[in-house]
Ligand binder design. Structure first.
Ligand code: S3P
Length: 455
């Protein structure tokens, strides 16, 4: 795919449905009684993998483009798959499904493509084992394929060392099948779509969005002073806790999936970078656990206006009006990281064109995504002429110099290909993206949408 500047980005665009919410709509719809109707479903390859796994377990799913009907069979309605479940490239599918599969009365094996078979699964195997589950890595390397011997699970508490919505959601889903309350504490708030959607389907889920009430509840205490008195300093208010009660009756729902802010991110960045752009992105999800990119862009000096703020079910959404802006460097780190984890590659591109030195830290999770996104971003940004130092948990990016198009290796990571399609518009000359078709994982139709607004 060869990309070069043609014209500013103008007009309006509807962004495809949110990937995380689309996955969950199929999973929770399958476990609910009755039919779940989903509109604006993301037809990216990852979400289609989730559909095919549930079809393999006897769930009837009718899909016509972005309209999906899931004929749920209740919490105990899945049947044993006759073949290995294939999650393709989707980490969300493997990790969330592991939690469901661990509590079934049948055995299963789940795996995925070459990339998935290299991604860490111990992060879900450990908390599941804590609940009495029997999940083993077939090759003994902590990665998929995972052999899952379904069992009755125990309610338990888990202190997660990583802020990961996939880990948290896996535990909550296993908690549906446990014999008591299950809870998980994470060091910073990760995306809360599972909590919101499980509540919407009728589950009893409690989430504390501040560390103090989290600590109080975790300790079963009445107040923070009571907790602090009984625990060593600094160990109580150390995270955000979510808990779930087992065996709820989930009921099928109507879900209109908001546009994916992680996909909108590429158009936000492109419109900010290309002079003369003014672009309206319609119906984008702006859940506060996902909107870190908007907050950072504003700090960089971006002109972004939220219009028509509304809700789609429990999920907040809005139209975003983006105008090209002169950007300056920022520091990105701390608790905001989970709220923009998937946007860090495209934020690194913005940093490359911003005045000054941007520091990204506390983002070691980037090393275990679809590629090592710290190494791959540094390699490709260096290739277009931007000085970048990769650190153990981030990058130091010296921005503001004119950059030039060249050959980019996507390492078959969709967010790398998408990020450099944006960079290409602000580079001199042409950019040749190798493995450009990988964008289909999260954004089929991306190149057509881009061509449609460059006018
Ligand atoms: C996701 C959670 C995040 C994110 C991924 C989707 C989800 O992963 O990077 O693209 O749908 O729960 P982690 O949970 O590993 O942070």
């Amino acid at each position: 795919m060869i990309i070069k500047y043609t014209a500013p980005l103008r007009g309006e665009l509807s962004i495809p449905g949110d990937k995380s919410i689309s996955h969950r709509s199929v999973m929770f719809g399958a476990l609910a009684d009755g039919t779940t109707e989903v509109t604006n479903f993301l037809t990216g390859a990852d979400c289609l993998s989730t559909i095919s796994c549930f079809r393999q377990m006897g769930i009837e799913i009718e899909q016509k483009d972005t309209h999906v009907l899931i004929h749920g069979k209740g919490l105990h309605g899945l049947k044993a798959p006759s073949e290995i479940l294939d999650a393709g490239n989707s980490g969300t599918t493997v990790r969330l499904l592991s939690g469901i599969l661990a509590g079934q009365n049948f055995d299963s094996v789940i795996t995925g493509d070459e990339t998935i078979q290299k991604r860490p699964m111990k992060r879900v195997m450990t908390p599941l084992a804590n609940m009495g589950a029997d999940v083993t890595s077939v090759r003994g390397n902590g990665c998929a394929p995972l052999q899952i011997h379904g069992k009755r699970l125990h309610g338990a508490h888990y202190d997660s060392p990583v802020a990961s919505a996939q880990v948290k959601s896996c535990i909550l889903l296993a908690g549906l099948y446990a014999d008591g309350i299950t809870s998980v504490t994470e060091p910073a708030v990760s995306r809360n779509h599972s909590e919101l959607m499980l509540q919407y389907f009728g589950a009893n889920v409690r989430a504390d969005m501040d560390k103090e009430s989290s600590a109080v509840r975790k300790a079963g205490a009445e107040s923070l002073s009571e907790v602090s008195g009984s625990c060593p300093a600094g160990t109580t208010a150390a995270g955000f806790t979510v808990s779930i009660f087992p065996e709820p009756k989930l009921t099928g729902q109507k879900i209109c999936v908001p546009g994916d802010i992680s996909s909108a991110a590429y158009f936000i960045a492109a419109a900010l970078l290309v002079p003369g752009s003014e672009l309206l992105l319609k119906n984008v999800g702006i859940n506060p656990t996902r909107d870190g990119m908007l907050r950072v862009c504003r700090e960089m000096g971006a002109d972004i206006t939220l219009l028509n703020e509304d809700h789609s079910g429990a999920e907040p959404c809005a139209d975003l009006l983006v105008r090209s802006s002169h950007l300056k460097a920022v520091e990105i780190g701390g608790d905001i990281i989970p709220a923009l984890i998937d946007e860090l590659p495209v934020l690194a591109v913005l940093a490359a064109f911003a005045d000054g030195t941007t520091v990204i830290k506390d983002a070691a999770e980037l090393r275990v995504k679809e590629s090592d996104r710290i190494a791959v971003m540094a390699e490709n940004l260096n290739r277009i002429g931007c000085p970048v130092e990769a650190t153990k948990d981030g990058m130091i990016i010296t921005g503001g110099k004119p950059l030039h198009g060249t050959v980019i290796d996507s390492h078959m990571d969709h967010r790398i290909a998408l990020s450099f399609a944006v960079a290409a518009l602000a580079c001199e000359g042409e950019t040749d993206i190798q493995g450009a078709e990988i964008v289909n994982i999260s954004y089929p139709g991306f190149y057509d949408d881009l061509a449609g607004v460059c006018r």
